[in-house]
Write a protein that binds this ligand. Sequence first.
Ligand SMILES: Cc1cc2nc3c(=O)[nH]c(=O)nc-3n(C[C@H](O)[C@H](O)[C@H](O)COP(=O)(O)OP(=O)(O)OC[C@H]3O[C@@H](n4cnc5c(N)ncnc54)[C@H](O)[C@@H]3O)c2cc1C
Ligand code: FES
Length: 292
Amino acid sequence: MYRILEKKELSMRNIWYKIEAPHVAKKVQPGQFVIVRAFPNGERIPLTPVMWDREEGWIVLITFIRGKTTMRMANELKPGDSILNIAGPLGNPAEMEKFGKILAIGAYTGIVEVYPIAKAWQELGNDVTTLHVTFEPMVVLKDELEKAVGRHVLETVPIDPNLDFPTNMKNVTKRLVEKVREMLEKENYDLVFMVGPAGDQKAVFEVVKEFGIPMKADLHPIMVDGTGMCGACRVTVGGEVKFACIDGPEFDAYQVDWDVLIARTGYYTDMEMRAFQEYMKLFEQAVQGGEQ
Ligand SMILES: Cc1cc2nc3c(=O)[nH]c(=O)nc-3n(C[C@H](O)[C@H](O)[C@H](O)COP(=O)(O)OP(=O)(O)OC[C@H]3O[C@@H](n4cnc5c(N)ncnc54)[C@H](O)[C@@H]3O)c2cc1C
Ligand code: FES
């Protein structure tokens, strides 16, 4: 059992959990992740230790409230409660080398996964610029990134209440692609790295490819065990099948079959939507019952 030491809402739909997990804190390296099961009847979801203290034995996870499990965690977990299982650290650490001038990009909550890697690259002697593109009310880790890397660039997009969510998201993609092009035109980078939705990673890759700059990306396929036993997380890289949980999550963006990844990520969308709606109905009934 893993005790929650702190929980707070960092910005819209972004929740911070500081959790006692000494075995993870002792070994985790930037780029690795954990698999969390928060409830007895709950699913396993992959999340990323963003910060940790090896001596004190805690890690910080930051979740974007996306669907049923992350919403349930936000609604039902409070400081002092325990999380049932945290397995990890899992996956390969990010490659720690002197690449030179690096542009590390996070779209939406993807920036929380960029943070430990960008910080470690900067500490190693790289010149790291981070770029965070997100909706205005969803900014996270601004102060921390400004301290950790050479330069932190924040680009926010307002949420237009007259537009549906997918159209608002298209505006973020547009700003992201424009900004990356502008930055690559202005300065020479030796490496680009990105975490974010697969569609946005593909869109950024198309721009980076024009400039011929090496690019790495942390991939987010569906995961179940996270230990290489099921293949749910399979991705096609360089024409070969790889398991993101043991071969990744970091891959060479030039080798990734982006269309296969995008198609597989959306496979359970209908079921996820149904699970979310059913949970919210029950949750609202419980809240109303409690208020009476
Ligand atoms: C290596 C890795 C590290 C991650 N780190 C973070 C993190 O630090 N913070 C964070 O907010 N999110 C992170 N994610 C994404 C996170 O796992 C999903 O947000 C979460 O599973 C959503 O669960 P849900 O029930 O709330 O939403 P759902 O309704 O289940 O899912 C909504 C969408 O989330 C994605 N998703 C769902 N289940 C999984 C799964 N088991 N594995 C991967 N993606 C899934 C799918 O794209 C799906 O369409 C990470 C994913 C991976 C693969
Ligand atoms: S999640 Fe099962 S093999 Fe990667």
